[in-house]
Structures are given as structure tokens and as C-alpha cells.
Ligand binder design. Structure first.
Ligand SMILES: *[C@@H]1O[C@H](CO)[C@@H](O)[C@H](O)[C@H]1NC(C)=O
Ligand SMILES: *[C@@H]1O[C@H](CO)[C@@H](O)[C@H](O)[C@H]1NC(C)=O
Ligand SMILES: *[C@@H]1O[C@H](CO)[C@@H](O)[C@H](O)[C@H]1NC(C)=O
Ligand SMILES: *[C@@H]1O[C@H](CO)[C@@H](O)[C@H](O)[C@H]1NC(C)=O
Ligand SMILES: *[C@@H]1O[C@H](CO)[C@@H](O)[C@H](O)[C@H]1NC(C)=O
Ligand SMILES: *[C@@H]1O[C@H](CO)[C@@H](O)[C@H](O)[C@H]1NC(C)=O
Ligand SMILES: *[C@@H]1O[C@H](CO)[C@@H](O)[C@H](O)[C@H]1NC(C)=O
Ligand SMILES: *[C@@H]1O[C@H](CO)[C@@H](O)[C@H](O)[C@H]1NC(C)=O
Length: 334
């Protein structure tokens, strides 16, 4: 089934002008309501008015007739179906005689199919245009139509504006990058909450894999497997992850997406090459010269000094102790 937008009929400039005028005149009195649905779902929006009804979708200054009939039915909605729908109805029921009844009784599904068929032949086949006119009630598709047709059209009035919101999986993260050293790094990203798709983000999921191929792999089965980062479900408020145990001088591909109630969102990837080992060796070299120039004899001297000090202290202690013993024994004999 094609999306509704493909089977939409664009209004001629004359009709555009007309609808704009009607909207501005009556916008203060028409009813406003909101519907929201999950992507892929169905939605039925009834118009508060009775009679011969058509639904117009607003596209800024470009409005299009979407359907006729009291209930606007959209199946398998996509994100392009979101927007403002305005329900127009004939103010005078007397006019809606022969043309009105087929339009209201035809199921929206059949209308859509027929509209689709007619679209390509719109310009050439006059028979198709006639059928369409019947289906869409008194709506005129051409500027050069007779005055009678226009009169009937002026009887349409806006009754209801409905905002349709389509909830989707989350959008992409932004500013994804990996700050790499040799064997570890930080995966950093941003996420605009307006991109959550209508449901709150439950978690993020991030994965990485080695893409340091010496020659491109023949097909996907020769590529390295993705490694999922720990924790598997990254909390929705987290915006950076530390990654350990990478290999130096290796190119990795990182990917991340947000999840909400409807599932996994848009995947964003980034490629990064870890620093080569030499960089770490540079760090070691900063310490190395001292180690290289180190003379083991210094150790011996140092140890000797320490040991010598200990010996002297021990001797001193013995002298003090023996002196005290001697004094104590002398006092005892006295
Ligand atoms: C939407 O309508 C179609 C056709 O009537 C049906 O097959 C489908 O199950 C409906 N989808 C939902 C989500 O109700
Ligand atoms: C208005 O509709 C016409 C015909 O469908 C299309 O070519 C044009 O891009 C639309 N303009 C805007 C602003 O949507
Ligand atoms: C719903 O629409 C999408 C594309 O918008 C399509 O891929 C999918 O097959 C459709 N599902 C049904 C049940 O028609
Ligand atoms: C989030 O996105 C909205 C709409 O796309 C935009 O207006 C807003 O400035 C963005 N916010 C940030 C913080 O980027
Ligand atoms: C990355 O993949 C390349 C090519 O398959 C391989 O030579 C290299 O050893 C791998 N590196 C790691 C750290 O797994
Ligand atoms: C990849 O190539 C191998 C042999 O070259 C083949 O057996 C395998 O089926 C291919 N896999 C895919 C997914 O094309
Ligand atoms: C990352 O590298 C892989 C393999 O070389 C490539 O298929 C992919 O397009 C690259 N992605 C980005 C974002 O550059
Ligand atoms: C890093 O890897 C490339 C090939 O992938 C190689 O040519 C280069 O010599 C390596 N650099 C170091 C410092 O190991």
C-alpha cells in the first residue's frame, strides 16, 4: 500500500486562494483537536460536521485534499502523514444531492486506489477527471470550470482542525566522535530530546568492530563481528562511554543508536584509528634515560650507607643498654 501522500491531489491556485480565505475567516470558530499514533498504525478521525465532507492537509501555503467522507482514515501511517488536517463540509445540504452520496458511501480505501489510478492520466483523460469530480463531491480541479461548479465549492466551510502526530523510533544521535589513545578512549555523543520520536528514550546501544583490513573484505561474512559495549543498555542520560582493551594502530568502526518503546532508532557510525604503539614508547622513553644511566654501584653505596647507619645505631643502643645495666648492678650492690 502506498503512503497517503502519493495519492494526494493538489489544489489548483484558485482553490488554494479559496481555502486560505475560508481558513482565515473561520479559524477562530473551528474546533481544534489532536491525535497521535504510532508509525505503521491506523487512525480514524471523524469530522464533527455532517454532510458532504472533505479533508484538506495543510502544507504551509500548499494545501491538498487528502480524502472525502466524514471519517478521515489513514492506514499504516508514516512520518509524512503527520501534520494538520482540516475538515471542510458543505454548509448547504440542498446542493449535495446526486454527487454527495457516492462520495460519502465510498470507502476511503477504494477512493485511494482509484485516485492513484487516475493520477497519471489526470491531464489527458477527460473521463478520469469526470469520475474524480464525482468522487470528491463538488470539488473542482480546474480553473476553467464553469461558474456552477465554483458556486457549489464556495459552500464548503472549515469545521475542524486536527493535528496528527506520528510517533516513531528515535532519531539519530548528533556529534558522535571517539577520543582515542592507544588502547582506550571515550565515545562521546549528543542527543536532542526533540528527536526521541514521541516516546522517551529508554537506552542507548553502542557497538564497535575492527575494520583494519589490509584489503577490503569480499563480502559481509568476512567482516569482523560487532562487539557490544558494556553496559548493553546505556542509561538515557549518559553521553559518554569509556572503551578499554582496544589494539593500538587499529581502525575501529563505532555505532550507536537510541531505543524507545517502538524499538531501535537511527544508527550513527564513526570510524577512528587508535594511536600507534610508538606513542606509548615515547612515554616510556621519557623515563628510560635515567634507567639506562643508572649505575649499580650507586646502589651498593646507598645500601652500605643505610646498613652502616643501622650498625652504628645498634652499637650505640648496646652501649646505652650495657651502661644502664652496669649502673643498675652497682646501685644494687650499694
Ligand atoms: C490497519 O488496518 C489494516 C487494514 O485494515 C489492518 O490489516 C492492520 O492490522 C491495521 N493495523 C493496526 C495497527 O491496527
Ligand atoms: C506545493 O505543491 C506542489 C505540487 O505538489 C509542489 O511541487 C511544491 O513543491 C509544493 N510546495 C511546498 C512549499 O510544499
Ligand atoms: C507500511 O508502510 C511501509 C512503508 O511506509 C511499508 O514498508 C510496509 O510494508 C507497510 N505495511 C503494511 C502492512 O502495509
Ligand atoms: C533540538 O532540535 C530542535 C528542532 O530540531 C532545535 O530547534 C533545537 O535548537 C535543538 N536543540 C539543541 C540543543 O540542539
Ligand atoms: C583487525 O583486523 C585485521 C584484519 O582482519 C587484523 O589483521 C588485525 O589483527 C585485527 N586487529 C585486532 C586488534 O583484532
Ligand atoms: C561470501 O562469500 C563466500 C565465498 O566467497 C560465500 O560462501 C558466502 O555465501 C558469501 N556470503 C554472502 C553473505 O554473500
Ligand atoms: C568506516 O569504515 C568502514 C570500513 O572501511 C566503511 O565501510 C564505513 O563506511 C566507514 N564509516 C564511516 C562513517 O566512515
Ligand atoms: C600502523 O599500521 C599501518 C598499517 O595499517 C602500518 O603501515 C604502520 O607502519 C603502523 N604503524 C606503527 C607505528 O606500527
Amino acid at each position: 500500500m502506498s503512503s497517503t501522500s502519493s495519492s494526494v491531489l493538489t489544489l489548483s491556485s484558485f482553490n488554494l486562494l479559496f481555502f486560505t480565505q475560508v481558513l482565515t475567516v473561520l479559524s477562530s470558530t473551528i474546533k481544534y483537536n489532536e491525535y497521535s499514533t504510532d508509525k505503521g498504525g491506523n487512525v480514524s478521525i471523524p469530522c464533527i460536521a455532517q454532510g458532504n465532507i472533505m479533508w484538506v492537509k495543510e502544507h504551509g501555503s500548499n494545501s491538498t485534499i487528502v480524502q472525502t467522507g466524514r471519517v478521515l482514515v489513514l492506514r499504516n501511517v508514516s512520518i509524512s502523514d503527520a501534520g494538520i488536517y482540516v475538515c471542510f463540509a458543505t454548509t448547504t445540504t440542498t446542493r449535495a444531492t446526486t454527487t454527495a452520496s457516492p462520495a460519502t458511501t465510498t470507502s476511503p480505501r477504494r477512493e485511494k486506489e482509484e485516485e492513484q489510478q487516475q493520477l497519471p492520466e489526470e491531464d489527458t483523460a477527460t473521463t478520469a477527471t469526470n469520475t474524480k469530480k464525482q468522487e470528491l463531491g463538488q470539488k473542482a480541479d480546474q480553473d476553467q470550470d464553469q461558474g456552477q461548479e465554483e458556486e457549489e465549492e464556495l459552500a464548503y466551510q472549515a469545521y475542524q482542525r486536527t493535528k496528527l502526530t506520528v510517533r516513531t523510533v528515535p532519531g539519530p544521535v548528533t556529534q558522535l566522535y571517539f577520543k582515542a589513545s592507544t588502547i582506550l578512549g571515550f565515545l562521546i555523543w549528543r542527543f536532542n530530546k526533540t528527536q526521541s520520536g514521541g516516546y522517551p528514550v529508554r537506552s542507548f546501544t553502542a557497538e564497535f568492530r575492527n575494520v583494519s583490513y589490509s584489503q577490503p573484505p569480499a563480502n559481509a561474512s568476512f567482516e569482523h563481528a560487532w562487539t557490544r559495549m558494556d553496559p548493553i543498555n546505556i542509561a538515557p542520560n549518559v553521553r559518554q562511554m569509556e572503551v578499554y582493551r582496544l589494539a593500538p594502530n587499529t581502525t575501529y568502526e563505532f555505532r550507536i543508536w537510541a531505543n524507545n518503546e517502538l524499538g531501535s532508532g537511527v544508527v550513527v557510525t564513526t570510524n577512528v584509528t587508535t594511536l600507534p604503539e610508538t606513542k606509548e614508547e615515547d612515554l616510556i622513553r621519557l623515563i628510560k634515560p635515567d634507567l639506562d644511566n643508572f649505575d649499580p654501584r650507586i646502589w651498593i653505596v646507598a645500601v652500605s650507607i643505610v646498613l652502616g647507619t643501622l650498625v652504628i645505631l645498634a652499637i650505640g643502643l648496646c652501649i646505652v643498654l650495657s651502661k644502664e645495666c652496669y649502673q643498675a648492678s652497682q646501685m644494687g650492690t650499694d
